[in-house]
Write a protein that binds this ligand. Structure first.
Ligand SMILES: [Fe+2]
Length: 363
């Protein structure tokens, strides 16, 4: 099976995995033959890509992916809780009704089983929907990435959970900030930037009052924008003054922000985002946590369509465990024409580079 952009689906193709709606209901069953109206339905429901059957890629398995059902469940619960918190910022008495600790411990618990079982988490598979609100999927993705780094770092289960819960809630302070400023396409004014930067402190103040939230989880909100060189915010902490959780959060948060489409720019490719992390190694980010991120987050999982050197269109077949950024790719098309499929190992063919991903022209 392979992943294909919904925008390039054609009637007659078969779904290789069921597709879920945003409230967790099955929208289309596995093996369903796609029709024009089904494809429209997928677009209307905000799906960006699905898995299809293809005899040329039938040996590609993506069975350890985080299930779409679980993603939908987690996203719905994040959305529901965040909406309540948003109200609480308008009416402070409302906060008392929200048991953030219990809700998010349960939510991260669902994801944690996946992280622990696989040791490596997959990207792409965590963003199957174009969410109406970037914040919900961002919080889920960041908790998966931070969880993978934490497991790789040898943390105990309870410590991974403290970090994971903090990661899910790290941007909660943004709910108090006007969305038109957060999504502003142009440069922020100094005044607007000061306002946005307050989300760390606002989030911390909210979380630290919650009885079942560990204070280290609250520190994920407070410190995720601190940078190794002391040029971060809110407290301009330097190097090891930043708690380990804050240093892990910085890597996970920036990677997800870079690889997501935003109103003001297109997403970067996964390896471009990783290169940007490396560029900030020791300056912005702790090198050890970049190393663990690259080892435990698979940015090119099997089934993902990629383009090599601008002309070779194919699908990731399997990963080289020693270098997840250079997988084996099955080429299906060259310069826009179908070819007899063949595999290229990017860990050996160093002149070949991934130049695009989720390319809608692969058919
Ligand atoms: Fe943030």
């Amino acid at each position: 099976m392979r992943m294909k952009a919904v925008s390039s689906l054609v009637p007659g193709e078969l779904l290789a995995q069921p597709v879920f709606g945003k409230s967790g209901q099955i929208l289309l069953q596995k093996h369903v033959e796609l029709t024009s109206s089904y494809i429209r339905k997928l677009e209307n429901y905000g799906h960006t890509y699905v898995f299809i059957e293809d005899p040329r890629t039938e040996d590609i398995e993506v069975s350890d992916a985080l299930s779409q059902e679980l993603q939908a469940e987690v996203l719905i619960k994040i959305e529901r809780t965040f909406k309540k918190i948003q109200k609480s910022f308008e009416d402070p008495t409302y906060t008392r009704d929200i048991r953030l600790g219990d809700t998010f411990q349960e939510l991260f618990g669902l994801l944690f089983d996946h992280v622990l079982k696989n040791q490596v988490v997959l990207t792409h598979l965590t963003s199957l929907y174009t969410s109406d609100n970037f914040l919900y999927s961002h919080c889920m993705n960041v908790s998966l990435y931070a969880g993978a780094i934490a497991v790789g770092n040898g943390y105990s289960e309870s410590r991974v959970k403290e970090l994971g819960v903090g990661a899910m809630l790290h941007d909660i302070g943004k709910l108090a900030i006007d969305k038109s400023i957060l999504d502003k396409p142009g440069r922020l004014t100094d005044e607007e930037r000061t306002l946005v930067e307050q989300h760390c402190q606002i989030g911390y103040d909210l979380l630290i009052q919650q009885p079942s939230i560990h204070s280290l989880s609250a520190h994920c909100a407070l410190q995720h924008h601190e940078r190794m060189n002391g040029k971060g915010y809110p407290r301009r902490l330097k190097g090891m003054e930043i708690h380990e959780f804050g240093r892990i959060m910085a890597v996970a948060d920036v990677y997800d922000a870079l690889t997501s489409n935003r109103v003001y720019r297109k997403a970067f490719l996964p390896h471009e985002a990783v290169e940007m992390l490396y560029a900030g190694s020791g300056v912005d980010f702790d090198p050890e946590f970049i190393r663990l991120f690259v080892k435990h987050v698979n940015v090119y999982p099997p089934g993902v369509p990629v383009v090599l050197n601008g002309i070779f269109e194919g699908v990731v077949v399997r990963n080289n465990p020693q270098n997840l950024l250079r997988p084996v790719v099955r080429i299906l098309r060259e310069s826009g024409r179908d070819v007899e499929p063949y595999d290229i190992d990017l860990s050996v063919c160093l002149h070949m580079v991934i130049s695009n991903v989720i390319q809608s022209t692969v058919s």
